[in-house]
Ligand binder design. Structure first.
Ligand SMILES: C[S@@+](CC[C@H](N)C(=O)[O-])C[C@H]1O[C@@H](n2cnc3c(N)ncnc32)[C@H](O)[C@@H]1O
Length: 316
């Protein structure tokens, strides 16, 4: 409605009354978005008398090229414009488990789509088979989007896919996406780094916290750093114990954020000493991200915290 009254201020009364009703207007804007890879923004968001900025999406989607695209953390509005365009243009889309239905809905009907993610209790499609599928599709002269949750370059096995494409002499491009760490921090209303809290930021795969693959806890136990553990929901106990043994205080802050950026986002905020107990009492679903560091204390005062607070327990 606000957009409509802004539009009214920009057009002559005769022209304004010739406009279709608001719903049709929105649909027309969306159909342009869906159509053609060429969008000119309407004056919706513009300021009175000043033309609104124009976004032109007329990039190509090359036959025989594989685009390794980040789908972001789940919220479809966190998808990049480039990712949305390529999804609408590509002949084939090969996608993973953590890609949401809203994002997949952008693929036009009739375009090829291949699911290569892991079903609950089943194994994922082996990486070599995914590489072979990408090579085959691009080799048939198709434009291919390889769509991955978050950013394809963060714990996304993109290196192996790039190697398979390079070996087969297939052209590739990378389109970054919003990684879960950025989405979780934003959802909880905190920065990942802060002058007063953390001058360093580390992304760690918790898969290392196995019996035979311990991370170097001594190098991780720093008080000037934010640690982000991916794939760590079943390793919370090991992480808390490892960091405490390496010297971080019992009351050092830790936060768990599940389904970051989605309406079902849920979180727990606590300390290294009490988080395993809190998680046992209130289990969180997957996917879940673990944030360790004093930036977590900023959830207590963040003005963004209202939605987050509804699902979290407070830090000490
Ligand atoms: C294989 S990694 C892929 C990471 C992805 N490439 C990224 O940049 O976010 C999967 C892990 O990412 C984290 N993750 C992905 N999406 C998430 C979300 N919406 N909320 C919380 N954690 C998420 C979880 O730790 C999950 O186990």
């Amino acid at each position: 409605m606000r957009a409509l009254s802004q539009l009214k201020t920009l057009l002559s009364p005769e022209l304004f009354h010739k406009l279709p009703p608001p719903k049709a207007l929105v649909q027309a804007t969306w159909s342009r978005l869906h159509g053609l890879g060429h969008i000119v923004r309407s004056p919706f968001g513009g300021t009175r008398g000043i033309p609104a900025p124009t976004v032109t999406l007329d990039g190509d989607c090359r036959a025989g090229c594989v685009y390794l695209v980040g789908a972001g953390s789940g919220d479809v509005e966190l998808l990049t414009l480039k990712a949305a365009r390529l999804l609408q243009q590509a002949d084939a889309v090969v996608y993973d488990r953590l890609v949401g239905d809203d994002v997949l809905a952008l693929i036009p009907a009739g375009h090829e789509r291949y699911y290569v993610g892991k079903e609950r209790g089943h194994h994922s499609v082996p990486q070599a088979e995914i590489g072979a599928l990408l090579v085959k599709l691009a080799g048939e002269g198709k434009s291919v989007v390889r769509l991955k949750g978050g950013d394809p370059g963060v714990f996304g096995r993109m290196g192996e896919e790039l190697a398979a494409l390079a070996e087969a002499n297939i052209d590739a491009e990378i389109v970054p996406g919003i990684t879960a760490a950025s989405a979780a921090a934003a959802g909880m209303g905190i920065p990942l780094t802060d002058r007063a809290h953390a001058q360093q930021l580390r992304f760690i795969t918790a898969q290392l916290c196995r019996k035979d693959g311990e991370p170097d806890w001594a190098t991780l136990a720093r008080q000037d750093e934010t640690l982000i553990f991916y794939m760590g929901l079943t390793k919370v106990d090991a992480i808390c114990t490892g960091l405490r043994r390496a010297g971080l205080p019992d009351d050092w802050p830790i936060m768990l954020v599940a389904n970051a950026s989605l309406p079902e986002q849920a979180s727990l905020v606590g300390t290294l000493a009490d988080m395993p107990g809190k998680l046992a009492e209130s289990p969180l679903p997957s996917p879940c991200l673990i944030v360790v560091g004093s930036v977590v204390r900023m959830t207590e005062t963040s003005p963004v915290g209202a939605r987050a607070a509804a699902t979290s327990t407070a830090a000490h």
